[in-house]
Design a protein around this ligand. Sequence first.
Ligand SMILES: [Zn+2]
Length: 241
Amino acid sequence: MDERLGEDARAAGNEARGPIRIDLGFVNAYLLPAAEGFVLVDAGTAAHCAKLEAALGRAGCGKGDLRLIVLSHADPDHGGCAAALAAAYGAPIALHPGELPQFERGETPRRSGRGLAAKLFVAFANRPGKPAAAGRSALELGEGSSLAEYGLEARVLHLPGHTPGSIALLLGDGSLVAGDILANMRRPGLSPFVWDARRYDESLARLQGLAGSIATVYPGHGSPFPGEAILGIEPLGGSRP
Ligand SMILES: [Zn+2]
């Protein structure tokens, strides 16, 4: 997180700014400036709460300024601090209903690993997580949901594959906040953890059809990359790895 972003935020006003990347080390969260206040996408692991709060503060997002916490999916590296931030900032949490078993009860969707490292880590990826539930019912986002009531020009895309209820936000400026549907560890690609390969490939094909209208992809892991790079991402092949 660049210290200067917070200064820019206050100087420029919110409307003209794109996603603010909060780099938590191996995972990102994104703070999206809304017409008034902010929308946060993803909330790190349970160990990231102080770091997230500090980053929000630097960006000019105080206790009353966070309007919504969107979870791209409910994995423990994305929903870890959702409950704590929801309580601290008085912001509701929103996610796709396909993520509720994990969000509410820690029931991790069973996944395969692609590549040696992911195969070694798949047991870790499949372990039951700590539920990220906030003690209040989460708002449900589905395909085509709008975030206009939160001051954000954004459309929800339901893109299952990494998990059942993975979503991305396509913003009015062409930014795609992609969660783990797309990653950029060494190069733009898919997550190494696959819940359903056929649906993952369908989601990729859909994004490739939209690539011309996506300026920049903001992935859950790794650095942002140009939308046109989506066209070069290889599908899984439709078979379960
Ligand atoms: Zn992740």
